[in-house]
Design a binder for this molecule. Structure first.
Ligand code: ZN
Ligand code: ZN
Length: 336
């Protein structure tokens, strides 16, 4: 099978022919339909995951169809359309796993980082960690929902977004654009915080009520003027600093939730935080039950990202463009 392989930190992605793997007990072999190219894949190639196992096939935004199952697998059966995400598997017996919070398991493993992922025609996955695709959901456009969609949806949920909440989304890229659409569909009111006015039209087309350009105005003041502040700020930008700049724009009892972050530490203004009972939280992607809910909600509200389908051979060039900052939109690898 054709595969793109990460051979080591700061080494380019190499196209190779690999043997199609055979499923062992508890595993399923999935013929990959599509795999999203995520900024995390770039972090892997740059050596930002010290726990990575090289060589490894990257890719954790996988949709496909089960073609073979290992011993003891009663679900999914051959022919089932499934999705696979960042969480490859977990220990299965710690308190977090038993609570259905497998993403918090201290022994979780990450797809495409420590186990081979979707930059290949076939992927070996764990039967207990794949998610059924709702009927009618386009498996190519749905690929980024396994990561960006899950992170956005679960971030809103962890941050307590509900109908009528004022939700500010910082950054309207892959995660941010989906967060805007999910929040609007949940009945929340939405503000979008961006650097320049460039993203304003798109944000408003997605349902945002106000757009704050940080080049022109202080985001904290602008959000505070929005009926008293945001109940939830969801940071989908890769900047901790951009998130911190919104803290003064939270309503009392409001929450700043980090989905995106930068290398810089978060500095907190302690007195206003205490006096207004503000919360700061962070959220990784999500557990299998979160992904089921994300896909069900996406299907019910017809929320799919805009994507560009590319061939596996184009993946190295797409990643280079992402590294150079010249990539536009979301690319998804598809297999003929
Ligand atoms: Zn991802
Ligand atoms: Zn566990």
């Amino acid at each position: 099978m054709r595969a793109a392989v990460a051979t080591g930190p700061n080494a380019p992605l190499v196209l190779q022919d690999l043997e199609v793997p055979q499923p062992a007990a508890g595993e399923v072999l999935v013929k990959v339909t599509a795999c999203g190219i995520c900024y995390s894949d770039l972090n892997l190639l740059r050596g930002h995951y010290p726990f990575a196992r090289f060589p490894v096939v990257p890719g954790h935004e996988i949709t496909g169809v089960v073609t073979a199952v290992g011993d003891g697998v009663t679900w999914p059966t051959v022919g089932t359309a499934v999705g696979a995400q960042f969480l490859y598997d977990s220990c299965g017996h710690c308190d977090y796993c038993v609570r259905g919070e497998q993403i918090l398991c201290p022994r979780k493993r990450i797809t495409g980082v420590v186990a081979d992922g979707g930059y290949a025609e076939y992927a070996l996955l764990k039967a207990g960690y794949v998610t059924p695709l709702p009927a009618g959901l386009d498996p190519v456009a749905a690929a980024p929902l396994m990561c960006a969609g899950l992170t956005a949806f679960n971030g809103l949920r962890q941050g307590g977004a509900r109908a009528g909440s004022r939700v500010a989304v910082v950054g309207a890229g892959g995660i941010g654009a989906l967060a805007i659409r999910y929040a609007v569909a949940m009945g929340a009111r939405v503000a979008v915080v961006g650097r320049s006015r460039r993203g304003e039209d798109q944000a408003k087309a997605l349902g945002a009520e106000i757009f704050v350009a940080t080049q022109e105005e202080d985001p904290a003041q602008a959000l505070k003027a929005w009926d008293g502040g945001a109940d939830l700020v969801l940071n989908a930008s890769p900047s901790t600093e951009a998130a911190a700049a919104t803290l003064g724009g939270l309503a009392p009892d409001g929450t700043l939730l980090l989905c995106g972050y930068g290398a810089e530490p978060l500095v907190l203004p302690t007195q206003p935080m205490v006096l207004n009972r503000l919360h700061v939280a962070a959220s990784p992607s999500g557990s299998p039950h979160d992904l089921r809910d994300t896909l069900a909600f996406s299907a019910a509200h017809d929320i799919l990202p805009d994507i560009t389908p590319v061939g596996l051979d184009e993946a190295p060039a797409v990643l280079e463009a992402m590294a150079a900052g010249t990539a536009r939109g979301r690319s998804v690898i598809t297999y003929a």
